[in-house]
Write a new protein. Structure first.
Length: 112
């Protein structure tokens, strides 16, 4: 069975008033960097929203979260006629949504 990956996002301030997101993943007792912003932005809020978009891009199925490389786990709503759980294949990313100009969408709605 797949396990949920322990991925976190944080925002750093490389220079005053400049904010950049960083994605890290727990590996044992340490954290290793997965990805980071190519360049900083001028607000913490924008950096966090961009980081969440980057995190979402790594998740095949937002209902079950980021998983290790095995098949997708069974979900409670995927029941057969006898009530048993059947594995569900992971979808390839979140459905496309039209974001308001300048406001990217991530899994839970528009970045505000």
């Amino acid at each position: 069975m797949q396990s949920l990956r322990h991925i976190a996002i944080y925002v750093e301030e490389p220079a005053p008033g400049q904010f950049a997101w960083v994605l890290v993943e727990r590996s044992g007792r340490t954290w290793r960097e997965l990805d980071r912003a190519d360049s900083p932005v001028t607000s913490y809020k924008a950096a966090m929203a961009q980081g969440l978009v980057a995190l979402q891009a790594r998740v095949d199925d937002l209902e079950v979260g980021p998983r290790t490389e095995d098949d997708a786990p069974a979900r409670p709503d995927d029941k057969g006629d006898a009530g048993e759980h059947r594995p569900r294949k992971a979808s390839r990313g979140a459905p496309a949504k039209e974001a308001a100009p300048g406001r990217p969408y991530f899994g839970f709605g528009p970045a505000r």
